[in-house]
Design a protein around this ligand. Structure first.
Ligand SMILES: C[S@@+](CC[C@H](N)C(=O)[O-])C[C@H]1O[C@@H](n2cnc3c(N)ncnc32)[C@H](O)[C@@H]1O
Length: 381
């Protein structure tokens, strides 16, 4: 797909960058002023040495990794799309890099000289990452975080202070700020509180949730409304829980349809790991379920699906929009077998019913309350 390539200029060079997934009309850039501030600071302070070992955490579309490609790099994040964007951006710049990509469910191998952190949307993820970071650094490690000022709260700074040590911030530039942290709490051992569990009385199950999982403290109201309709689900041999989070939709669908093969897909490593952990705890004897980290249905190889269940996301990282929902709906139409159905739940104001009608030629409201609608659409042709 033709998407304009924008040029990211910073003190380390000029790089072509794109956001994945590629879109004809992309209005957002693949970097922000916080990336630029951080890279310029590293160059101005001569912090980078040829032999420096770097860890980059939550680099959104690879703006940091691409600019720092010549160093020994590990990049650590919960997003498969971030990983793919980084590879894509290195490729379009024809850059070779010995970069090692570490999913959030694994641990990088330290000790690092420099750790660069982009502040994530979820503070639980930051908390988990800072705790896991402690054995990977020492008192000489330079730890610099960056974010747009609107994403830095006093609770963010308190987390750094509590887990790592003294934390200060820079002046704001182009509405971005840097956060400097000294690692002082080297000896005291701290364990991550994640994954966290809760009990869902109405379903009679316990759900475990890694730090970055949607609904990590309690089930979402939209999800609950959809689950209430599951006795009306059409019988399906192959089911996909698309954007599975902790896997609750697929897990309960399996309860109604014991013979079905359920596939759990999400672009978050922590979501897929949580869904797997929950499914295996509940269905100890079953082994047919599949768990896949995927951007929507991109990595799912089959087109034999009879039923797709989806509570679509309404943001990608810090930006809000329905592009991912659109992609999920259009791909669902292509991947469903004739007669197969997509069931979704969404906020009424998002008007998903009209969107599904455009793609499928039909849509039906299964249930609604004052805030959400459960809607189905069937692939007829
Ligand atoms: C609103 S949550 C729903 C989670 C779960 N199904 C539930 O109802 O509790 C949306 C999920 O979509 C996932 N997601 C976001 N973008 C995605 C993408 N491009 N491909 C696959 N999953 C994605 C998010 O990680 C999140 O788990």
């Amino acid at each position: 797909m033709n998407q304009e390539i924008e040029m990211f200029s910073n003190a380390l060079g000029k790089f072509q960058l794109q956001r994945l997934p590629l879109q004809k009309k992309q209005t957002l850039r693949a970097w922000d002023a916080a990336d630029e501030y951080l890279l310029n600071y590293l160059r101005q302070t001569n912090a980078l040495k040829a032999e420096s070992k770097l860890l980059i955490i939550n680099d959104q579309f690879g703006a940091l990794a691409t600019s720092l490609h010549q160093y020994t790099l590990q990049t650590w994040s919960d997003s498969y799309i971030n990983q793919r964007s980084t590879s894509h951006n290195l490729k379009i710049n024809h850059l070779d890099s010995a970069l090692e990509y570490v999913p959030s469910t694994e641990t990088p191998t330290g000790i690092f000289d420099i750790v660069l952190i982009k502040i994530p949307k979820t503070s639980a993820l930051l908390e988990h990452q800072l705790i896991k970071l402690r054995p990977l650094i020492d008192s000489h490690t330079l730890i610099i975080s960056s974010a747009m000022t609107r994403h830095i709260h006093s609770a963010t700074l308190q987390l750094f202070e509590k887990i790592l040590g003294t934390t200060t911030t820079s002046l704001a530039k182009k509405k971005a700020r840097l956060i400097f942290t000294q690692h002082e709490k080297i000896s005291a051992e701290v364990n991550s509180p994640y994954p966290k569990d809760y009990h869902v009385k109405s379903l009679g199950i316990h759900l475990s949730n890694h730090a970055n999982v949607f609904s990590k403290d309690k089930l979402d109201y939209a999800t609950l409304l959809m689950l209430d309709q599951f006795k009306k689900l059409p019988t399906a041999k192959h089911i996909v829980d698309l954007g599975c989070g902790n896997g609750v939709l697929g897990i309960i669908a399996q309860r109604y349809q014991e013979e079905s093969n359920v596939n759990f897909l999400d672009e978050s490593y922590m979501a897929v790991a949580s869904a797997k952990m929950n499914y295996e705890k509940i269905y100890k004897h079953k082994s047919e379920a599949n768990f896949l980290v995927s951007d929507c249905l991109d990595q799912f190889p089959h087109s034999n699906i009879n039923l797709i269940l989806c509570n679509p996301p309404f943001h990608q990282q810090h930006s809000i929009g329905d592009q991912t929902a659109w992609k999920m709906f259009t791909q669902s139409f292509k991947k469903l077998k004739k007669g197969g159905a997509l069931w979704i739940v969404g906020n009424r104001h998002l008007q998903y019913s009209a969107k599904l009608k455009k793609i499928f030629g039909n849509s039906k409201i299964i249930a609604a309350n004052d805030k959400f609608q459960v809607i189905s659409a069937v692939r007829k042709g």
